[in-house]
Design a protein around this ligand. Structure first.
Ligand SMILES: [Zn+2]
Length: 294
C-alpha cells in the first residue's frame, strides 16, 4: 500500500490467544463477548500484526510479534497459530531478508511486541535483524529492565539484553522523528512510555497505535481499556485526544491485535465514533451495533 511517498505493509507474526478479562479489563463479559467471541478457555483470538514502512530508502519495522523463542509448551498455552509462518516468512514473501531491515521500532517492550527482536542461535538469543538499530523509549527500557511483580512476566530480558550488548539499541526520549515521513509519538497509558508511530506524506496520515488501541473497539469506546494498562486513566485521556486528531486528518489507523480489521478509518457521526475497515479486508459491517458507542 502507498501513502504518499511511503510504502506500508502489514506483516503478520501469526495469532495467539489472550484471556478476555485481561483484554477488556472492567468491561463486563456480556458486553465484550458481542464484539469478540471467546474460546472455551475464555481466551480471545488475537492478531500479531507488525508494520513494515519504507521511507527515504529506509526499511522500518514496527513491533516484532511473539518471535520464535517460545517452547512448544508455551506455544500451546498461548494458542500460537501460524498457518502462513511467522514474521520472517511474511517479510520473505515481500522479498526482504532480516539483513534488509534498517530500523526496528518497539511501541513498547511487552513480550508480544518485542518477542521477535531476538532469536535463538545455538541456544543463545541474538538480534533477529543484524543491521538494524532498535528504537525504544528510554523510560520504557527502564521499566522493562527493572520490572515489578506485576510486569515481570511480560518484560523478558532475552528480548532486550542482546540489543544492548551488540550496540543495536537506540534509546530515545519523547517524540522523535525517524525520517521525513515517520515519527515516534509518545502515547502514554498502556505503559508510561508507550509510543505510537505516525506516518505523514503528501497530506495523508497513518498511525500504528500499538496497545494504545490494539482493536477498533478501543477507539470507538473511550472507557474500554485493557487490564494490562499500567495507567488506565492516562490511556483514557490519550485516546480522547487521539480520536479528535485521527478524525480531523482522516488518518488510517493500524490495529495490532485485531484479526478482522487490521486497519481502518475512524469516523465521527452525531457524537458516535466508529471504525470502518479499510480496503478488501473483512472489516465490520457499517451499521453493526457493536461498532459504535459513546
Ligand atoms: Zn499487545
Amino acid at each position: 500500500m502507498k501513502l504518499g511517498e511511503v510504502e506500508l505493509h502489514v506483516v503478520s507474526d501469526g495469532e495467539f490467544r489472550v484471556d478476555g478479562g485481561g483484554v477488556f479489563g472492567l468491561v463486563p463479559k456480556v458486553l465484550w463477548e458481542k464484539v469478540v467471541a471467546p474460546d472455551e478457555l475464555n481466551r480471545l483470538p488475537s492478531a500479531l500484526n507488525c508494520l513494515l514502512i519504507t521511507s527515504e530508502g529506509k526499511r522500518i519495522l514496527v513491533d516484532t510479534g511473539l518471535g520464535s523463542k517460545l517452547s512448544p509448551k508455551d506455544q500451546e498455552l498461548h494458542g500460537l497459530y501460524r498457518p502462513q509462518g511467522g514474521l520472517l516468512e511474511g517479510l520473505r514473501r515481500l522479498g526482504y531478508a532480516p539483513d534488509d531491515i534498517d530500523i526496528v521500532v518497539n511501541t513498547h517492550l511487552h513480550w508480544d511486541h518485542s518477542g521477535g527482536n531476538t532469536l535463538l542461535r545455538d541456544g543463545v538469543p541474538v538480534p533477529t535483524f543484524p543491521r538494524a538499530q532498535y528504537f525504544v523509549q528510554r523510560l520504557e527500557w527502564a521499566d522493562a529492565a527493572y520490572p515489578n511483580e506485576r510486569t515481570r512476566n511480560t518484560y523478558l530480558l532475552e528480548n532486550l539484553q542482546p540489543l544492548q550488548e551488540l550496540g543495536q539499541l537506540n534509546l530515545i526520549s519523547g517524540d522523535t522523528r525517524i525520517t521525513r515521513h515517520v515519527r515516534c509519538w509518545v502515547t502514554r497509558g498502556h505503559t508510561r512510555a508507550h509510543q505510537s508511530v505516525v506516518i505523514e506524506s503528501n497530506g495523508q496520515t497513518a498511525a500504528f497505535l500499538g496497545d494504545l488501541a490494539s482493536r477498533p473497539v478501543y477507539m470507538e469506546r473511550l472507557g474500554w481499556i485493557s487490564a494490562f494498562d499500567t495507567e488506565p486513566l492516562e490511556t483514557l485521556e490519550t485516546k480522547r485526544a487521539l480520536r479528535e486528531w485521527a478524525v480531523e486528518r482522516h488518518a488510517l489507523l493500524f490495529f495490532e491485535h485485531d484479526l478482522g480489521t487490521p486497519l481502518g478509518h475512524l469516523r465521527q457521526q452525531e457524537g458516535k465514533y466508529s471504525v470502518q475497515g479499510f480496503g478488501g479486508l473483512h472489516g465490520r459491517e457499517e451499521g453493526d451495533k457493536t461498532s459504535s458507542a459513546n
